[in-house]
Design a protein around this ligand. Sequence first.
Ligand SMILES: *Cc1c(COP(=O)(O)O)cnc(C)c1O
Length: 371
Amino acid sequence: MSEAHPIPISVVRLGDEVEKLLLEVVRSGVIAQGPVVKRLEDTFASMIGVKHVVAVNNGTTALIAAMQVLDLQPGDEVITSPFTFVATLNAILEAGATARFADISTDDFNVTAESIAARITDRTKVLMPVHLYGQSAGMGPISALADQHGLQIIEDAAQAHCATDAGRAAGSWGIGCFSLYATKNLTSSEGGLISTNDDAIADRLRVLRNQGMRQRYQYEMAGNNYRLTDIHAALCVPQLATYPEQLTRRRANAQRLNEGLAGLPGLRTPTQLDGREHVWHQYTVLVGPGSPLTRDDMVDALTAAGIGCGIYYPKLVFDYDCYRNHSGVIINDVPVAATVVQQCLSLPVHPYLTPDEIDRIVRTVRGLCGA
Ligand SMILES: *Cc1c(COP(=O)(O)O)cnc(C)c1O
């Protein structure tokens, strides 16, 4: 292949097993929520070691539903990360709660217990860490903090399917919310999964998802239609079996990138912290002081060289007029996150990269850094 062929930042490849199951579902006539959704829920629950998984129509819905079953009231505060996809914040606002922001660490790009502690008020009800890029936040201290203050934990695990910390999966500490959007590590095109070890919460989630209805025309709560379909679930179920192998590839790719990009001036490669298993949804470097190119010039140069790259995320999540002036958004200084948004750059790490492609990414970045 020529040096110039494009290397995309993500690739969706579903394969024969998906086609087969999808066709089965189409032919079965059961195309809305049915047995394949149940298979998806049960298999994923066993993969991450939780009692219950409830499938919904997307990851944003998963977050909204998690807050709704906790009965959040207007004015109740949720502490989350300022360095996340906008869905995290939109879900908090949709649930009628108020968002506050803890700062992150550059070690894992996630909120720290220390920073959360400084944001707790008497209105705080929920801690919502985001396991960004596929690495779990440091959940031991966050969980202890929640216990100490009587707070609930909702984990935005949209990017962290099967990531672990201290042997426990993301999504197993509180209510876990996963996305199955097209570009996530596991996908149903659009879809979401909610995990919990709490029987009552799982039961309420299932009723909420289906118009608040337990039995036909018996409504227990004001619900909604949050259901996933068997057509969507059929896209995802076969991926569960091959996911461990995909993770092995993502990890090998990340390691090859880390080795190749080590020691460049002003460039900080990502780390997997002790005791955590990273699932490398994104491979994100920081381009900081000392780099011969700015982050944005690096993006332009990589794009020109046919190397897909991304800035996740270019601004703090609240740094837009529609949130800055929103009564549900309480803004405070988050200096680490404010620096990271100016320096972050994600490079391809997806499981279909070849070693040659990784070497080309490495060569190109090293060349840009004058090495
Ligand atoms: C993708 C994503 C979501 C939302 O998931 P959707 O399925 O797109 O609704 C929420 N939070 C984070 C961090 C995400 O990356």
